[in-house]
Write a protein that binds this ligand. Structure first.
Ligand SMILES: Cc1cc2nc3c(=O)[nH]c(=O)nc-3n(C[C@H](O)[C@H](O)[C@H](O)COP(=O)(O)O)c2cc1C
Length: 135
């Protein structure tokens, strides 16, 4: 069994574009090293993150993330065990999404979801639709 956690949060008002980029870069490197997959999106003041991986590693990481002063109002969308599925091309990718990054091809975000565990794809797709609405 793998574990999956997803939440949305609000970026702190003192956080700069540089801080956000640092959080994205740090997450990408740490998660890659620890076999954690998922997505992290930033859009217009909000983060949306999905994390998949080992339960103990994820619980510890999520507790770090919750204490991170760069964001607040963390609203958990789900936290659950998911069947382990081994994908040949299991990818970790973190995506920045904001008006200042330009309106990139949203298809790429949705195709990224296909590398997530099927047990959470539907809810993530739904949230991603809502999250990107109007962009
Ligand atoms: C929105 C957001 C998402 C984050 N996601 C991750 C993540 O996926 N992986 C990670 O290692 N750190 C992530 N971080 C950074 C952690 O909150 C924290 O800084 C990191 O785990 C280092 O903690 P430490 O300094 O106590 O070791 C994120 C931070 C923010 C603000």
């Amino acid at each position: 069994m793998s574990y999956a956690i997803s939440y949305v949060s609000t970026v702190d008002k003192d956080v700069t574009e540089n801080d956000i980029q640092n959080a994205l870069d740090y997450s990408k490197s740490w998660n890659n090293d620890h076999d954690i997959s998922g997505i992290l999106l930033y859009s217009q003041g909000n983060f949306f993150q999905v994390l998949e991986g080992d339960k103990e590693v994820l619980k510890k990481l999520f507790s770090n993330i919750k204490n991170d002063k760069r964001h607040y109002d963390i609203i958990k969308i789900f936290e659950k065990e998911v069947p382990h599925v081994k994908f040949d091309t299991y990818q970790v990718d973190f995506i920045s999404l904001d008006a200042r990054f330009q309106h990139k091809d949203l298809h790429s975000y949705f195709s990224q979801i296909k590398s997530l565990n099927p047990a959470i794809q539907t809810s993530v797709k739904y949230i991603l639709n809502k999250f990107t609405e109007g962009i």
